[in-house]
Design a protein around this ligand. Structure first.
Ligand code: SF4
Length: 366
């Protein structure tokens, strides 16, 4: 597929209008890989401070490979989808072990790395190394389905294959840097050809847009209905010392949801009986627990409703693991919460518990 005028118009617009983002100033493959990993399912504005902090703390593949996992997860705390951080860490170790610390240049080599799919491999190869590699993400799918009026279901394999075919054909014939071409497509999808209310009047490629010509803009891309998220009920125990300086946290097993992160001991349960059993296991009399409210937390496939119970922290030196999802537990000084890897859900739970212990909030919300 050749569309030279479309390509020239889009590239000219990108050079003129692109947002000034720190990873666009980078040519370092590691920095580009990091940014692309962080940007998966996450907004640019959210990623910016994490990206800067992470690169400052771990500026090279080697430094990432050598860092303990707890450090990596702590730098990722609050960004969500923690599997990305664990995969990034594992891949950095592999790059040091098998590639002398340098990211592979070709898509095939990149695809061998933990957590690197077709999209990320295409992004790193094209942006960092100038390889004519295609990439497709949600933005690119939307742009192509509209520009070329692709009416297939783009969440089904035939529709996906069609979008990838277009991406490969266009990156092969794009003038200049293939990394610029790929970024121009993503930029168009992010700021002009948005999911709802695309700014067609300001679009640099409106003259080439088949969906616009045929009045299909609002109907594309077509995707089959998503499954609704599963409802999950949880009870979380926030056990706080009498001087309000320490709270009990437990670490999730690596293979559990939120693996490697610390949180107040929780149990998936609807019933008070399960919460009572958890409390007893930790040496707390269930009658000493008070309910401080409920937290709602929505993940891609789960809608979690968490009842937060607050209670006294028993004096103990060693803690049993609170349940099968955990591999460690300890009483953590509130002052250290900012250094401990935890999910946004934990922050919400601790902030709610702050209704009875204000010091929890000031530390956990850093
Ligand atoms: Fe998207 Fe509208 Fe541009 Fe077509 S004209 S590519 S629908 S923004």
């Amino acid at each position: 597929m050749k569309s030279p005028e479309l390509q020239r118009a889009l590239l000219a617009w990108y050079r003129r209008a692109r947002r000034d983002l720190p990873w666009r100033r980078a040519r370092d493959p590691y920095a580009i890989w990091l940014s692309e990993t962080m940007l998966q399912q996450t907004r640019v504005e959210t990623v910016l401070p994490y990206y800067r902090r992470f690169l400052e703390a771990l500026p090279t593949v080697r430094s990432l490979a050598e860092a303990p996992e707890s450090r990596v997860l702590s730098l990722w705390s609050g960004l969500g989808y923690y599997r990305r951080a664990r995969m990034l860490h594992a891949a950095a170790k592999r790059i040091v072990r098998e590639h002398r610390g340098e990211l592979p240049r070709e898509v095939e080599g990149l695809r061998q790395l933990e957590g690197v799919g077709d999209y990320t491999a295409g992004a790193v190869a094209s942006i960092a190394y100038g390889v004519r590699a295609a990439l497709v993400d949600g933005n690119v799918t939307r742009v192509f389905s509209r520009l070329f009026a692709v009416e297939d279901d783009t969440s089904a394999s035939a529709g996906k294959a069609r979008i990838w075919d277009i991406a490969r054909a266009l990156v092969a014939s794009a003038p200049g840097d293939p990394g610029d071409w790929n970024q121009a497509l993503m930029e168009l999808g992010a700021v002009v050809c948005t999911p709802r209310g695309p700014a067609c009047e300001q679009c640099p490629v409106q003259a080439f847009c088949a969906a616009r010509a045929r009045g299909l803009v609002d109907e594309l891309p077509r995707v089959s209905a998503k499954r609704p998220p599963t409802e999950v009920r949880r009870v979380s125990l926030v056990l706080v010392s009498s001087d309000a300086r320490r709270v009990l946290l437990a670490r999730r097993r690596p293979d559990a949801l939120f693996g490697g992160l610390w949180e107040p001991p929780s149990v998936e349960a609807e019933t008070d009986a399960a919460a009572g059993a958890l409390a007893r296991r930790l040496g707390v009399d269930a009658s000493a627990l008070e309910s401080v409210g409920e937290v709602l937390h929505v993940l891609t496939h789960r809608r979690m409703r968490v009842t937060v119970l607050r209670g006294p922290l028993p004096a103990k030196r060693r803690w049993p693991t609170p349940g099968p999802d955990y591999d460690a537990a300890r009483a953590v000084p509130m002052a250290d919460l900012g250094e401990i890897a935890h999910a946004t859900l934990t922050r919400k739970v601790l902030v709610l518990a702050k209704a009875a212990a204000p010091s929890v909030r000031s530390r956990s919300s850093r």
